[in-house]
Write a protein that binds this ligand. Structure first.
Ligand SMILES: Nc1ncnc2c1ncn2[C@@H]1O[C@H](COP(=O)(O)OP(=O)(O)O)[C@@H](O)[C@H]1O
Ligand SMILES: [Mg+2]
Length: 376
């Protein structure tokens, strides 16, 4: 089979169209990865592009001996990243667990990019994920014409990672039906994938490992079997510990996204970001920041990820239709949309918060008015 050379139809991880709306991490941060590789003189596990120390530095950011700055990708406890990275250097797989929006997908992409130089070996877990997505499938034309053969076999990303000694990612593992999940047990314990139709097997070469992500909220949907869970080291990604930490994360990501979307530069508006983050945290925690007023929480998730998208949309509004400065009026619709998922119950929660908390808050009258205007 010949591979198309159409620039929009490339092999994952091989070519990168300059116009890609969202380049893979290994392309977006190719410069940083190259500098790290050049200066990294610590031992690297087999087939790793970097040492575990350099992988952690890539994720957490830092300054290299020659003064090169590495931007932080993950903002959070250093130990979490160290445990995650060192797990990948063992024969145990890594399970990133946490509520939605705690950067599980983001961290797994950057880990795969830094460890293997390729974050594209990916299985998206859903209730409909079939066994073939984890093991292998068949090219039916080939299969019918010539019977089962290596040529007719379509390897899954997991199988390819085993053969290449690379990192594979499985997103939302707990959404995958239990019997399909269990196909991972042999892969992770024996490090082999039998192909009975061919009387052959694929043996994982050194460097192979797997990162799975799972959502805390899915607990009980398809709980991981204990046999499978034993193959993983679990790392829980926490919500940002403080308002300041969360504002920092949102500001950084909004900057990056704004640049990649080539949004006209809008003065940063850290104060507005702080207000969005404060509102989301208070509603999420069910209590105001000063600890004085108990609140009802809305049904949806108000995570850092939602705050990032509300602020990004606000910046686009401000840039294209506003006066070029991020103002509460640019954020209000987005906030309302994030908070009120269930039109009945959530609206009551929001109105109560708006009228009893935000209305009285010193220095927030412009913000309160903008929110009230869109909430009517
Ligand atoms: N602690 C954090 N450090 C850096 N970015 C974060 C953090 N928490 C959330 N984010 C950002 O939130 C966004 C959503 O994260 P994502 O990986 O999709 O969440 P999850 O997979 O846990 O639901 C990403 O753009 C990520 O950059
Ligand atoms: Mg995710």
């Amino acid at each position: 089979m010949s591979v198309s050379v159409d620039p929009t139809f490339v092999k994952p991880g091989q070519t990168q169209p300059a116009e890609a709306l969202r380049p893979h991490a290994e392309h977006a941060f190719a410069d940083e990865l190259a500098v790290l590789a050049a200066q990294d003189d610590r031992p690297r596990p087999a087939r790793w592009k970097l040492s575990p120390w350099a992988v952690a530095t890539y994720l957490l950011g830092g300054t290299l001996p020659d003064g090169t700055a590495i931007t932080p990708k993950y903002v959070g406890p250093r130990r979490i990243v160290e445990v995650a990275v060192s797990t990948l250097a063992t024969d145990r797989a890594l399970l990133l667990l946490g509520v939605p929006g705690t950067a599980k997908t983001w961290v797994s992409e950057h880990l795969a990019a830094a460890v293997s130089g390729d974050s594209t070996l990916l299985v998206q877990g859903t209730a409909g994920t079939p066994e073939e997505a984890i093991r292998y499938g068949w090219n039916y034309a080939q299969l019918l014409a010539h019977g089962p053969s290596r040529d007719a076999l379509v390897p899954s990303p997991v199988m390819r990672a085993m053969g290449e000694g690379a990192t594979v990612r499985v997103e939302e593992l707990t959404r995958v039906p239990a019997d399909v999940q269990d196909t991972l047990i042999t892969i992770l314990s024996e490090k082999t994938l039998p192909i009975p139709e061919l009387g052959q097997e694929v043996q994982a070469v050194r460097g192979f490992n797997l990162i799975a992500t799972a959502n805390d909220r899915d607990r009980g949907v398809n709980e991981l079997s204990s046999a499978l869970r034993r193959r993983f080291n679990t790392v829980v990604l926490p919500l940002p510990a403080s308002v300041d930490a969360e504002v920092d994360i949102v500001a950084r990501r909004v900057d990056q996204i704004g640049r990649s979307l080539e949004l006209p530069a809008v003065p940063h508006g850290v104060d507005e970001i702080r207000r969005v983050v404060t509102v989301f945290r208070e509603l999420r925690d069910g209590i105001t920041a000063d600890g004085r007023t108990k609140l009802k929480s809305p049904s949806g998730t108000l995570s850092t990820a939602e705050a990032i998208s509300v602020v990004t949309s606000g910046l686009a509004l401000a840039a294209h239709f506003g006066d070029g400065v991020l103002r509460p009026g640019d954020l209000a619709t987005g906030i309302l949309g994030a908070v009120v998922r269930d039109p009945a119950a959530d609206r009551v929660v929001w109105q109560e918060y708006l009228e009893t908390v935000l209305r009285e808050r010193d220095g927030w009258s412009d913000f309160y008015r903008a929110c009230r205007e869109v909430s009517a």
